[in-house]
Design a protein around this ligand. Structure first.
Ligand code: FES
Length: 109
């Protein structure tokens, strides 16, 4: 999974379309000012989903693959919309608003 180190300007993380490499519809967005990475997913309808990679069970970091997110602490899994697929987590993971601006996806923090 590619990692893109984004800059925060006025509570916005700007990710260029070019951060999505060939064959990858997801990119991990990282910035030292945010405690958890964000998984940015490009869907087939041109909509982008930005998910905080923090487990909703006990706040541990999640790992991502092409189909979803996984927590190694107690085994919860989530789909690419942040919904719980496997407990013990009960709540979806946090989703950030996104906007398209020129050739960038803006993640609103
Ligand atoms: S902290 Fe993720 S499943 Fe418990």
């Amino acid at each position: 999974m590619p990692v893109f180190k984004a800059v925060v300007v006025k509570n916005i993380l700007a990710v260029p379309f070019t951060a999505f490499t060939e064959g990858n519809n997801s990119v991990i967005v990282r910035n030292s000012s945010i405690p958890f990475d964000i998984l940015l997913v490009k869907k087939s309808n041109g909509i982008y989903t930005a998910l905080e990679m923090k487990c909703s069970h006990q706040d541990n970091p999640l790992t991502a693959n092409k189909t979803g997110l996984f927590c190694s602490s107690h085994g919860s899994t989530f789909d690419l919309e942040g919904n719980v697929l496997k407990e013990p987590a009960l709540k979806p993971i946090k989703k950030y608003k996104t906007e398209i601006e020129s050739s960038f996806v803006h993640i609103i923090l």
